[in-house]
Design a binder for this molecule. Sequence first.
Ligand SMILES: [Zn+2]
Length: 320
Amino acid sequence: MTPRTLTEAIRHYSNPQTCIDAVAALRWPDGCIVCPKCGAADRKHYWLDTQKRWKCYLCRKQFSVKVGTIFEDSLLGLDVWLTALWMLCNCKNGVSSYEIARATGIAQKSAWHVLQRLRLVLKDMREVALGEEGPVECDEVFVGPDPRRMHASRRLKMQTAITQRTHKVPVFGMLDRNTRQVRAQVVPNVRRETLQNAILENLAHGATVYTDQYTGYDKLAAQQFVHDTVNHMETYVRGQVHTQGIENFWSLLKRGLRGTYIAVEPFHLERYIDEQVFRYNNRIGHTDATRFQKALAQVAGKRLTWNDLTGKEQLPEEPF
Ligand SMILES: [Zn+2]
């Protein structure tokens, strides 16, 4: 049985064996389990039921389904991870560490770390260039906290940031009108060179680009793009030429940030954007269950540990 709702998912994944089977099925889709220590393939291991691990005949080492994934060095059970992942990919406006903590019974601080890891893995793989088949809407936006919704002590900190003009973070986004896929990233500034580089990195050669008339988008035609603009002083839509799609994504992003999140330091903001991008890019043609399966495949199907993800880089401290 596949769960359909959050309540069903929590019940379903409360069984440790169910979790192991779910992760194993996506990690080794052909059913051929491979020893992560020595690479020995199927039928070279046996299952130790009490320890919930396999033992490899060849290298004599034991391994669990978590080895070689981001779950590896976590003491938390897969039930917690899978429930958190379900909430992350299916709660439309995002989910907070407090909600994860309530649903799974773990401490809020642990929930915060779980969320950060999952977001990092959900980051779009960016294999295909945008704009192969249709126009791409490009736009930039400034995201920042709303001081009116803040605790006094934090507001004071913000005041300092505001006087130093560091409180708003620029984000650049691109929406492929044909595939309905979004890419978005924190950028250091919105200067022409920065925006052009992002476009060059992500768009197919010769793609059609729609933007507003911001001067940062000047000279795109010189970079072998077909560039058309809409003058927002006069109108928002001129036939096919508009940026309503990416602006719709911005409002989803901002709604999620406002409703759920408190801190928007650039590092954390990047993770929230990845999360929103994943939900946006997987909103059509999916049920909650299939969206979760896709996310889990992305998490479990990759041989990727926390150290691979971050290198030696330390995760910044929890904000607030
Ligand atoms: Zn082995």
